[in-house]
Write a protein that binds this ligand. Structure first.
Ligand SMILES: C[S@@+](CC[C@H](N)C(=O)[O-])C[C@H]1O[C@@H](n2cnc3c(N)ncnc32)[C@H](O)[C@@H]1O
Length: 435
């Protein structure tokens, strides 16, 4: 048999380093330490602290002990903080979390966009706990052991941290976790359950079950009893259909001056109070005048479109998901507003889009994490007076901001929207103006 050279295993004992100085926080909320062998990123460590770490991989390290504690360190509220990893900034005081988020955005804008905001507004904040109006819970059923797990996935892992409460989830949703943990393993559908979503709408709390097939009669009966008892609607999302299994009120959420009807799988801003406040800020910056023609990109079901039209603008709204475009049109119709809405993939050039031939005075865009690499070039060449850019990813915002800067725009104002307190996730709203 042929023999091949096999290098010796390089596995060594994990290296332990004591008295390490934390010099900053990175954009994922991890402490930064400069060791003799390079930079290490340490979840849970805070600037000014001296800590003991165990080195893992090339740049990561695990926090073992805090030797000198930061004044900004607070005791995490959540019992699952160590295992869950969802709210990874809970050990940092809230005011410091917000300061950190603003600093991260400013640094990334300067480094990757060569852009500086002329003015930062105070972060927009709402409830710091029990603020989330939507959560997706991972599930796993071990048929052999008849073991059911429901919770959140641990960081960088498929492991499920079983929880019986979540400190950032709206109380309306939080109370459903223990009874669902009891009910679901008793149902036949547990064997084909993909995940569970809990969503708080304006007049209805929804438990959405992701399934392969529609539930059998016995399961349906038990789910109906559950729904009646907890005053929720159970919806099922199979490959064939998305529909309520129990009685359900129409699903909607509030925006400034209007209700937005939507389906349980449509995008909805995460924070139950801050969505409207963020829309108000956008309206203030846009300063809508009677002749304004506004182009809105990544419009969803109309969260910004309806308030802009109510303020008197002529709105053209673009969204990539066809069902949301239809929803947006219906929402505009219900509010007796005239909004031109189109389904377009904004990753593609606009040359064939008839809507793009119009002259727009102002643009509002609210892309997903990937930002708007193609759309921003198209916007910049059209030279609207004002651009309001809402972002949940400072790195792609910085890349797109550079395109605007190169095309004569100045970043007049910026504001962190604390849409995800206790976590490192960042939302920011920005106003660019043509010089
Ligand atoms: C952050 S959400 C914002 C939605 C809306 N502005 C709101 O406040 O509810 C981003 C939206 O962009 C849409 N989207 C993502 N990629 C897209 C693309 N390539 N073309 C068009 N729309 C896209 C998503 O479907 C989603 O509705």
């Amino acid at each position: 048999m042929a023999q091949f050279y096999k290098p010796q295993s390089r596995a060594t004992k994990p290296q332990r380093l004591t008295e390490q100085q934390v010099v900053g926080l990175d954009h994922q909320g991890r402490g930064i330490i400069r060791t003799a062998t390079g930079v290490r990123f340490v979840p849970g460590a805070l600037p000014t602290e001296r800590v003991t770490i165990t080195v893992q991989g090339k740049h990561d390290a695990q926090l073992e002990r805090v030797q000198t504690t930061s004044k900004q360190r607070v005791t995490p509220l959540c019992a699952f903080y160590e295992q869950c990893g969802g709210c990874d900034l809970q050990h940092l005081a809230l005011s410091a979390q917000r300061e950190h988020k603003q600093q991260v955005v400013a640094e990334i804008l300067a480094k990757f966009g060569q852009v500086e905001a002329q003015q930062w507004l105070e972060p927009l904040a709402g409830d710091d706990w029990h603020y989330r109006r939507r959560a997706r819970l991972a599930v796993h059923y071990d048929a052999k052991r008849q073991q059911f797990k429901m919770g959140f996935r641990a960081p960088k892992s498929k492991r499920i941290t079983v929880i019986d409460a979540c400190v950032v989830l709206a109380e309306n949703l939080n109370r459903l976790i223990p009874p669902l943990q009891l009910l679901l393993p008793q149902l036949e559908l547990v064997k084909q359950l993909g995940h569970v979503e809990l969503i708080e709408f304006e007049h209805q709390v929804v438990v959405l079950l992701r399934l392969r097939e529609w539930p059998n009669e016995s399961d349906q009966k038990q789910l109906q009893q559950f729904a009646a008892h907890y005053e929720v609607a159970v919806w099922c999302d199979t490959e064939q259909q998305l529909a309520p299994l129990t009685a359900s009120n129409p699903l909607s959420y509030r925006t400034v001056g209007a209700s937005i009807n939507c389906s349980p799988t449509n995008f909805m801003q995460a924070h139950r109070q801050l969505s409207e406040k963020m829309v108000e800020q956008a309206l203030t910056w846009l300063d809508i005048q009677p002749n304004d023609k506004i182009l809105e990109l990544y419009a969803g079901s109309g969260n910004f479109s309806l308030p802009m039209a109510l303020a008197g603008a002529q709105v053209t709204a673009i969204e990539g998901v066809a069902s949301m475009v239809e929803q947006l049109k219906a929402n505009a119709h219900n509010a007796q507003l005239s909004i031109a809405a189109f389904c377009t993939d904004l990753e593609q050039p606009w040359s064939r889009q008839a809507w793009s031939q119009e002259q727009f005075t102002k643009v509002l865009l609210d892309p997903a994490r990937a930002g708007a690499p193609q759309a921003i070039k198209e916007v910049a060449t059209r030279q609207p007076q004002k651009i309001v850019y809402v972002s949940c990813a400072p790195d792609t915002l910085a890349r797109d901001a550079k395109v605007l800067k190169d095309n004569g725009y100045t970043l007049k104002q910026a504001q962190v929207v604390d849409m995800f307190p206790q976590t490192h996730h960042i939302e920011v709203i920005t106003l660019f103006e043509r010089e």
